[in-house]
Write a protein that binds this ligand. Structure first.
Ligand SMILES: [Zn+2]
Length: 183
């Protein structure tokens, strides 16, 4: 079955305790993030089937999605009772997945903006006795061109992070953008 990108299906039809056949397909989407929102360790972007059938009742239940750190790594899924309903469920999941990634990127931009704004405010505070401008700059620098965080690229201050979803992609907020927003 050809499904939209980032969606998957599993046929987990089975028989319940009364030996009645229960037709059941689980359709699910990839996670919208690569790192655990809590512990920041890598997670399975393409999850295994996130639901199963309780053999005693025939009811659908979520599998345990708890990360090692205790965070529940939710997966969006829909249960349908016929193969014909799978494509429409997958279309919904594709839309939700795109929205989830969009929302996660938006949050990441807000976080970077707040970090950079706080750093620039600290930079603008008067130096104390014995403190040099270089000392103050060293205090706010948390990253480099190859390490996420805040640094000066020779042109301006910026804060960057790896993309929430795509390997090799980055999210960057520049000081000039923050100053734009003040106007
Ligand atoms: Zn975790």
């Amino acid at each position: 079955m050809l499904l939209p990108d980032h969606t998957h299906v599993a046929d987990i039809s089975g028989t319940n305790a009364s030996h009645v056949t229960v037709p059941l397909w689980i359709v699910w989407a990839d996670r919208p993030y690569r790192l655990c929102p809590n512990c920041k360790e890598s997670v399975q972007v393409v999850p295994d089937c996130p639901a199963s059938m309780d053999p005693s009742t025939g009811e659908t239940q979520s599998v345990n999605l708890t990360h090692g750190c205790g965070e529940w790594l939710a997966v969006r899924w829909i249960a349908v009772d016929s193969a014909e309903k799978v494509p429409e469920a997958a279309e919904w999941l594709e839309v939700w997945h795109a929205q989830d990634v969009h929302a996660a990127r938006w949050v990441a931009v807000q976080d970077l903006t707040n970090e950079l704004r706080a750093a620039l405010a600290r930079l603008a505070e008067p130096l104390v006795a014995g403190e040099t401008k270089a000392d103050r700059e060293a205090e706010i620098i948390t990253g480099r061109d190859d390490t996420p965080g805040i640094y000066h690229d020779g042109d301006q201050w910026l804060a960057w992070a790896h993309d929430v979803r795509d390997d090799g992609e980055t999210i960057t907020v520049y000081a000039a953008e923050i100053q734009e927003k003040h106007k």
